[in-house]
Each structure stands twice: as C-alpha cells, then as structure tokens.
Write a protein that binds this ligand. Structure first.
Ligand SMILES: NC(=O)c1ccc[n+]([C@@H]2O[C@H](COP(=O)([O-])OP(=O)(O)OC[C@H]3O[C@@H](n4cnc5c(N)ncnc54)[C@H](OP(=O)(O)O)[C@@H]3O)[C@@H](O)[C@H]2O)c1
Length: 307
C-alpha cells in the first residue's frame, strides 16, 4: 500500500497522496511493443494499424494524428481512410470491410465519436474482431467475460497495468468502481475480478441505481471513478489512505473535467494526476493490442501475457 507523504502542519491544504502518473506505465508498455515490432520487422513482416476518421471534428483529427505519429515511431505501417462528414453508414462499412479483407492490415480502429447520423456500434460489429484494437467488439467483450484470448478493452487494461506498475495490490482487496458503462466500468469490473495475480479483487460496481453509493466507495481500498460526472468523487467518498484512480472525464470544449475532485489527494494514499493518469495507459494498450494482433495474424510467437 503506498504511503502518503507526511506533510507538516504548514502544508495542511497541500496534496499528500502519492501521484500515479500514467506516463511511465505507458513508456514501459510501449518499450515492450517496440521490441516486439522489431522482432516482427526483422522477420520481414511490418505490423500495420489502420485508422478510419469520419468527418471534420478537430479533436478527433488531432487524436488520429497523435496515434499515427506514435504508430510510425513504433514501426507500424498506418494506412488511413478519411471519410467526409456526409459519409453514409454503408460508406463506413465498406472502408472497414476493405481493411478487414486486407491481410497486410493487422489492427483497425475507427475514431470515436462518428458524426451523429452514423451508428458507431453497428460499424464496430462489421469489424473483424481479431483486428479490433480497442477491444470493444461484442465478441471481444464476450472473450473478456469468458477469459478467452483476444484484445482487451484499452482503458480497463491500462488501469490494471497502472496498478501493477506501482505495486498496488488488488488481489483480495476491495475495489469499488463508480460507473457501469460499456467502455470502462463494466469491463474493468470483469477484468479486476479475474483470477490473476494483478487482479483477483473483491469488486463492487455502483451506479445511479445505488443512491447511497458513498457507503461503498468509503470502504474501498481502491476506488475507480468511471462516471463521467465532473467532481463527483470528493474527499468524503474516499477511505483515508485509499488508492483513487480517475478514469471518468468530461470534455467541455478542450477543457478536461475529471470525475475526481483534486481535494481527494488530501485523503487518498495514492491518486492518479488530474491530467496524464489513465489516458497514456489507454493509448499504450491500443498499441499492445495492435502488436498482439499482428503476431497472431502472422503466426509469430508472442502471447503478450495479458491473455
Ligand atoms: N481516460 C480515458 O482514457 C478514458 C477512456 C474511455 C472512457 N473514459 C471516460 O470514462 C467515463 C465512463 O465511460 P463509459 O462509456 O464507460 O460510461 P458511460 O456509458 O458514460 O456510463 C457512466 C456510468 O456512470 C454512472 N453514473 C453517472 N452519473 C452517476 C451518478 N451521479 N451517480 C452514480 N453513478 C453515476 C452511470 O450509471 P447508470 O448506469 O446507472 O446510468 C453509468 O454506469 C467517461 O467519462 C469517459 O469519458 C476515459
């Protein structure tokens, strides 16, 4: 259990919790990915992560550029299709199907959100589940539930990696997840309850149907905020010395509003920073899923230990 730094009386209002930045976790995951990319490339195979962007949303275009730059740095090919905002569902499905059918493409992601007239979930279902680097295809959520090999949802897998990196044990301890959303809370609750040294937790999930949810969060050894409600987690919801992981965020324009109020750092023993916590580990997991997909598709060794 991480110990809070001891602050003198003069620093009563200063944060005392140990910070758990995601950057070093992501770096260690990406270093492993880079080694595996080099091994494939050395065998004459270039791993490939394809991306699809629909429309002209600046933020989405920016996220795609960052992922493409990182793909290039790691040695991935990164073919890209940019569909206009007027694209139809059939246009989107056609692009996905073309990447599905291309054996040189090992991983595929469609940047979320898509324009409102398009159905992202339907598009996801068209994707080859073995190329789904977000790990969100229904088959992959099924594989997660059944502990079958497959890409893991990136944010939950990143949180497990973050806790493991900082030697924060969850096995046998109380983990409370605030939120049961499909992207984060629900898959995380499945992941951390699995029989694995870095999981094996007593997981409780709370949501709007549990009006007295603070009763549960106050007893958590590890509290994960996954609600997307700015400032919903306050110091009175945290057990002194607990580990607090901020997963939920809302964006107002470019402003990031986290679920976890900064004042929680005065009560928690360890806490992810307001910026640069879970985000970097999510992106790193995307590339880990991509290299694993490439290894599996090409018959190269290298189950990556996640599953
Ligand atoms: N940092 C990252 O890299 C990253 C990546 C992915 C997602 N996220 C963030 O993670 C958050 C969750 O995303 P998601 O798609 O999994 O979830 P979601 O579908 O947005 O669902 C939110 C969950 O929070 C619960 N909730 C909302 N308000 C609540 C309240 N006042 N009291 C108790 N529970 C409340 C909801 O309960 P009900 O089910 O009862 O409605 C629901 O289960 C979002 O903020 C998203 O932006 C972050």
């Amino acid at each position: 259990m991480p110990q809070p730094a001891s602050n003198g009386p003069e620093s009563e209002s200063a944060p005392s919790a140990r910070l758990l930045p995601g950057g070093p976790v992501a770096e260690s995951i990406l270093a492993d990915v880079a080694t595996r990319v080099a091994a494939l490339t050395g065998g004459g195979i270039t791993p490939s992560l394809a991306t699809v962007l629909v429309g002209d949303d600046d933020a989405s275009a920016g996220y795609i550029r960052i992922k493409q730059r990182q793909a290039a740095e790691l040695g991935f090919a990164s073919p890209h299709e940019h569909l206009p905002a007027s694209a139809t569902q059939a246009d989107l499905h056609a692009v996905i199907t073309a990447f599905n059918d291309d054996p040189a493409v090992h991983g595929l992601l469609v940047q979320h959100p898509v324009p409102k007239h398009l159905d992202y979930d339907r598009a996801l279902q068209v994707m080859d589940p073995d190329k789904d680097v977000d790990g969100m295809h229904p088959l992959n959520i099924g594989r997660l539930a059944l502990e079958l090999p497959g890409p893991l949802p990136c944010t939950p897998a990143g949180i497990e990696a973050l806790l493991a990196y900082y030697d924060i044990p969850v096995a046998g301890r109380e983990v409370v997840v605030l939120g049961r959303g499909a992207t984060l809370g629900r898959p995380l609750s499945i992941l951390l309850a699995q029989k694995r040294p870095t999981a094996n937790a007593a997981v409780t999930v709370v949501h709007t149907g549990v009006s007295d949810w603070p009763r549960y969060t106050r007893r958590a050894d590890v509290l994960v905020a996954a609600a997307g409600v700015p400032g919903i987690v306050r110091p009175e919801h945290v057990k002194p010395g607990a580990v607090v992981v901020g997963g939920g965020v809302r964006y107002e324009g470019r402003r990031l509003l986290p679920d976890v109020d900064e004042s929680c750092a005065r009560v928690a023993g360890a806490i992810t920073p307001r910026v640069g916590g879970v985000g970097p580990t999510t992106v790193a997991m995307l590339f880990r899923n991509a290299i694993t997909a490439a290894e599996r598709a090409t018959g190269a060794a290298g189950e990556d230990g996640a599953r």
